[in-house]
Ligand binder design. Structure first.
Ligand SMILES: O=C(O)C(=O)C[C@H](O)[C@@H](O)CO
Length: 256
C-alpha cells in the first residue's frame, strides 16, 4: 500500500485552518469532536493525561474523518518521538523550542539515518501499516509535518532561525506560556506579548513556513486570522464542556 497522505501538511498554506484542543484523553470524546467540522484537533500529550496507548486510540478514532490529528508530545525526548511516529502520528507538535539547535535535533529525531537518528520499527509499527507501506523508510519524511512551539522570550528572539531550520514545517505560538515567561502571567493580551506574537508570525512567514496559535477567545482568533495565521485552535474541548454545562445548570439554579 501507499504511504498515507498528510492532508494537514498539504493544507498548511491557503485558507486559515480552524482546530480545537482535544484534552479528554479518550478516543470516544476525540471522535465526537471529529464529527463537528473542525479542520484539525490537537491531541495533547503535554497537559492532558495522555500516554502513547491513549494517543494511538485517538489516531485510530480520527482515521475515518476529514479532521486531521496533530499530536503534541510532552517534551523533546527522541525515544518518545519515535514511539509517537511509530503509532502513525504524521503531524507532531513539540513544545518549548527555544533555539534553532533544538529544532534541528527534533528534525533529526524524525528522520532515519543518514539524515537523522530515528530508530527502525519496521513491521512492528502502525506507521508502516505493519510492513505494508512501500518504501516507508525512504518516503516517511515527505508526509511528516513537524510543528515547533515558540513560547518563551528566547524562542521569540530566535524565531527567524527556528523557523528557517530545514525540516521544520510550522511554528506554533503558545500565548499562555509566552506571556507567563516574560512576566505577564497568563495575559496574552498585554501589548508586549502581542508584539512578540506578531514578530514570531512575521519571522515564520519570512522563512516560508506556516504559523499557528491557540486563541480560545473569539476576538483574538479573528485578529490572528486577519494577521495571517495559517492555523488557529479556536477552542479547548474541556472548556467548551464546562461552559455549556455551567450555562445549562445556571438556567435552572441561577449563576453560582
Ligand atoms: O502556551 C500556550 O498557550 C500553549 O502552549 C497551550 C497550552 O499549553 C494549553 O494547554 C492551553 O492551556
Amino acid at each position: 500500500m501507499q504511504l498515507p497522505r498528510n492532508p494537514f501538511k498539504a493544507s498548511l498554506t491557503g485558507d486559515t485552518r480552524y482546530g480545537c484542543w482535544a484534552g479528554f484523553a479518550t478516543a470516544y470524546a476525540t471522535e465526537i469532536l471529529a464529527t463537528t467540522g473542525f479542520d484539525w484537533l490537537l491531541v495533547d500529550g503535554e497537559h492532558a493525561p495522555n500516554t502513547v496507548p491513549t494517543i494511538l486510540a485517538q489516531l485510530q478514532a480520527l482515521a475515518p474523518y476529514a479532521c486531521a490529528a496533530v499530536v503534541r508530545a510532552v517534551n523533546h525526548d527522541p525515544a518518545l518521538i519515535k514511539q509517537l511516529l511509530d503509532i502513525g502520528t504524521q503531524t507532531l507538535m513539540i513544545p518549548m523550542v527555544d533555539t534553532a539547535d533544538q529544532a534541528a535535533q527534533l528534525v533529526a529525531a524524525t528522520r532515519y539515518p543518514p539524515q537523522g537518528f530515528r530508530g527502525v520499527g519496521g513491521g512492528l509499527t502502525r506507521a508502516t501499516r505493519w510492513g505494508e507501506v512501500e518504501d516507508y523508510m525512504a518516503t516517511a519524511h515527505e508526509e511528516l509535518c513537524l510543528i515547533v512551539q515558540v513560547e518563551s522570550r528566547s524562542g521569540v528572539d530566535n524565531a527567524e532561525a527556528i523557523a528557517a531550520t530545514p525540516g521544520v514545517d510550522a511554528v506554533f505560538v503558545g500565548p499562555f506560556d509566552l506571556s507567563t515567561d516574560i512576566g505577564h502571567i497568563g495575559n496574552p493580551h498585554h501589548p508586549e506579548v502581542q508584539a512578540m506574537i506578531r514578530h514570531t508570525l512575521d519571522a515564520t512567514h519570512a522563512a516560508g513556513k506556516a504559523a499557528g496559535i491557540l486563541a480560545p477567545v473569539e476576538a483574538d482568533a479573528r485578529r490572528y486570522a486577519d494577521w495571517g495565521f495559517d492555523f488557529i485552535a479556536v477552542g479547548i474541548d474541556i472548556s467548551l464542556l464546562r461552559q455549556a454545562a455551567k450555562a445549562t445548570v445556571s438556567r435552572y439554579k441561577g449563576a453560582e
